[in-house]
Design a protein around this ligand. Structure first.
Ligand SMILES: [Zn+2]
Ligand SMILES: [Zn+2]
Length: 379
């Protein structure tokens, strides 16, 4: 895979910065390359000689090694970085004017199919996000690497994917200060178990989205290969059966052709198993880094009403992304809309979180119950 021109130069900048930080001498060379004089520890970590040339573009400088997302370069850089940069904190102090027309913002973001709600107040507040990056590798007859990001708002528990995505460019550009201004109240840091539990639910959903094009490609090729196998064996089987039926029952020729047809069917099943093994995909995920991001927000206090019950929730409006964050699905941590509200605890869940039980058909809330309360059958 070749990198997009923009990623290419970002990769080159990253490598140049990292190598200079490690006391290597680095000179840009054309086209899109670096000439590096590396000290011994850098040579060891990156598996390169004292003097080497690295190339990042489609055209390589002469005598250069290609550096990219593929191959083991990311692992080599990780070796050089060690644990540095894996945890960082940024405090963004920005001018925060309250959003215009909060009712309209809320109406756009909070879509409940079986409940009503009322906005009670909008107040300035601070929050912190944990923005966690994971590297996933999917390996089958092909291999791909992905970076998947999960961000959580520690004050509201929201998983605001759209806001986190929109914040991306700000993180590089804004002047930041690692010190939280005095007198502000931040939500408490979550303990490890709570973060791990959330990541365990939020990451698979997001990985599936990231993996989708890769998996679709595999499925397409698998189904094409299955069709080809089927056509081939079907024709052979058909011919053998045709020949068998041309002789009377009990005739040795007929028996021989029937046995041949059985052997063809067995071979077909074995070939199908081989294909399934060939396309089986193994996905490994590794935590890369966490950014703690402290940001002023405007907090919406919203009352959810379902039948005779009500419940208060908080949603933050982020002034950098200029967006209100959707509430987290309390059952699946999924991203789709709308949300439904459960009867017992007024949990906000995606439709799958209130779907009928696979065993008895009764709908139940997956945030209230791990298994169906009526029949005890999972799902
Ligand atoms: Zn059930
Ligand atoms: Zn519930």
């Amino acid at each position: 895979m070749l990198l997009e021109p923009q990623e290419e130069s970002r990769m080159q900048h990253f490598v140049a910065d990292l190598l200079r930080y490690e006391d290597a001498l680095v000179e840009p060379i054309e086209p899109e390359g670096l000439e590096v004089l590396a000290p011994p520890d850098v040579q060891r970590a990156l598996g390169m000689g004292e003097l080497s040339r690295l190339g990042f573009g489609a055209t390589m400088p002469s005598g250069a090694q290609r550096v990219g997302m593929e191959g083991d370069w990311l692992d080599r850089f990780a070796r050089l970085l060690g644990s540095r940069g894996r945890w960082s904190r940024r405090v963004l102090t920005v001018e925060t004017k309250a959003p215009n027309d909060p009712e309209r913002l809320l109406g756009h973001e909070l879509v409940l199919d079986n409940a009503t709600y009322r906005l009670q107040s909008v107040t300035p507040a601070w929050t912190r996000y944990l923005v966690m990056d994971f590297r996933a590798s999917a390996v089958s007859d092909d291999k791909r690497d992905f970076i998947t990001r999960v961000g959580v708002n520690l004050a509201t528990g929201a998983l605001p994917d759209a806001v986190i995505l929109a914040l991306g460019p700000f993180l590089d550009r804004l002047e930041v200060d690692p010190v939280v201004p005095g007198g502000i109240k931040l939500p408490a840091m979550w303990n490890r178990a709570r973060v791990v539990d959330l990541v365990g639910r939020a990451l698979p959903v997001r990985l599936n989205v990231a993996l989708d094009p890769f998996v679709k490609g595999l499925r397409r090729r698998l189904s094409r290969d299955q069709d080809r196998l089927h056509r081939y064996h079907n024709d052979l089987h058909h011919e053998a059966m045709h020949r068998a039926l041309g002789s009377p029952a009990g005739d040795p020729k007929r028996t021989r052709e029937e046995q041949r047809a059985e052997a063809i069917a067995r071979e077909y099943r074995a070939k199908l198993d081989d294909l399934a093994r060939q396309y089986a995909t193994r996905v490994t995920v590794e935590w890369v880094q966490t950014l703690e991001l402290v940001v002023p927000v405007h907090r919406f206090a919203v009352q959810i009403r379902r039948r005779k019950a009500d419940r208060m929730i908080a949603l933050d409006w982020n002034p950098l992304a200029r967006r209100l964050e959707a509430p987290m699905c309390e059952a699946t941590a999924g991203m789709e809309r709308p949300r439904l509200v459960c009867d017992d605890a007024l949990h906000l869940v995606v439709p799958a979180g209130l779907a009928p039980c696979a065993g008895c058909g009764r709908a139940f809330c997956r945030a209230c119950h791990a298994v169906c309360p009526k029949c005890g059958v999972h799902g």
